[in-house]
Design a protein around this ligand. Structure first.
Ligand SMILES: [Zn+2]
Ligand SMILES: [Zn+2]
Length: 340
């Protein structure tokens, strides 16, 4: 089969490899669509350690091609998505109150083991979720990022009527703004410097958009919140500068969710006095433990628009080009899907 593998920093190639052989509790999925995630770009740019060669791709949907002899929950022909994270079930973390993804032996499809920028991918049956007919397989490729968002918002605990600022209007920020509205936010502010993305944020329901090249986000947000800042600010970029902005936008006693994944060696400078004075609660979010089913429900609820976030679709052969264009931040690119 055809696949797209990372061989080293900036070195991604289309290769031929064997179709994965499945075990008795595994499922072989014929991949329909797989999103390029910010994480994949980090791997590509060498900002995160990863063992190569590796077939990337962890945000995927497809149709079940084959099931192992002990698989009962899934059958051939099912339209599915799959949770990429595979905890061991045996380490101390896995055996603590609820099994979670702090697992000491965590594997993940497209991160530590071969992923879905390929014609076929294999996954454990327990990671597979059926999707309803009202979702296209392209839209379903956004369920994995949605599951991560649900985790982040579970952690921060959004209350109905909250004011929320979102820093970054990439695919995550655009999904986050919609899910936050779904939770019942009273006002959502979206901050970015890309006019096209901000326009889309507005179309998708953001109350206010702020282009930080033209306007100081803090003074704008304070003006619209009676001079105090927002209840919750969410960083959706993966950079210390964005965390800094998000921190500034939240009110005293507010909450900050650091959601984007920064490069491994990035540092965020903060004045401890400001932490004290603001008595701000800081939350982080790691992957998507036990939020996949709810993400499927959110995606199929009709309340979140997924299609407008998909800006480009490339073939496997075009994948290296897509990586290069995303890295050089070609204008107009939001979520890029690879379709085998
Ligand atoms: Zn991802
Ligand atoms: Zn474990």
């Amino acid at each position: 089969m055809k696949a797209v593998a990372l061989f080293g920093v900036g070195d991604i190639r289309v290769i031929e490899k064997e179709v994965p052989k499945i075990g008795d509790k595994e499922v072989l999925i014929k991949v329909t669509a797989c999103g390029i995630c910010g994480t994949d770009i980090h791997f590509f740019k060498g900002e995160w350690p990863v063992k190569t060669p590796l077939v990337l791709g962890h945000e995927f949907s497809g149709v079940v091609e084959k099931v192992g002899s002990n698989v009962t929950n899934i059958k051939v022909g099912d339209r599915v998505v799959a949770e990429p994270n595979i905890p061991c079930g045996e380490c101390k973390y896995c055996r603590m109150s609820e099994r979670n993804f702090y697992c000491e032996n965590l594997e993940a499809t497209g991160v530590t083991i071969d992923g879905a920028f390929a014609e076929y991918v294999k996954v454990p049956a327990q990671n597979v979720y059926k999707i309803p007919d009202n979702l296209t397989l392209e839209e379903a490729a956004l369920i994995e990022p949605l599951a991560c968002i649900v985790r982040g918002l579970d952690n921060v605990g959004v209350k109905v009527g909250s004011s929320v600022a979102i820093v970054g209007a990439g695919p995550i920020g655009l999904l986050m703004a919609q899910v936050v509205n779904y939770y019942g936010a009273s006002k959502t502010f979206v901050v970015d410097m890309d006019e096209d993305r901000l326009k889309l944020a507005k179309e998708l329901g953001a109350t206010y958009t702020i282009n930080f090249k033209e306007q100081d986000p803090k003074s704008f947000v304070y003006e619209k919140t009676e001079g105090i800042g927002v209840d919750i600010s969410i960083e959706c970029v993966g950079s210390s500068a964005a965390i800094e902005t998000a921190f500034k936008l939240s009110r005293r006693g507010g909450k900050l969710l650091i959601f984007g994944v920064a490069p491994e060696h990035d540092l965020w400078q903060v004045k401890p006095f400001e932490l004290y004075d603001k008595e701000i609660s800081i939350f982080t979010s790691y992957r998507s433990p036990y939020t996949f089913q709810r993400a499927v429900e959110v995606a199929s609820s009709g309340k979140i628009k997924l299609k407008p976030i998909i800006s480009h679709i490339f073939s496997l052969d075009e994948a290296p080009k897509a990586f290069n264009e995303l890295t050089s931040r070609r204008r107009g690119m939001i979520k890029v899907l690879i379709k085998p």
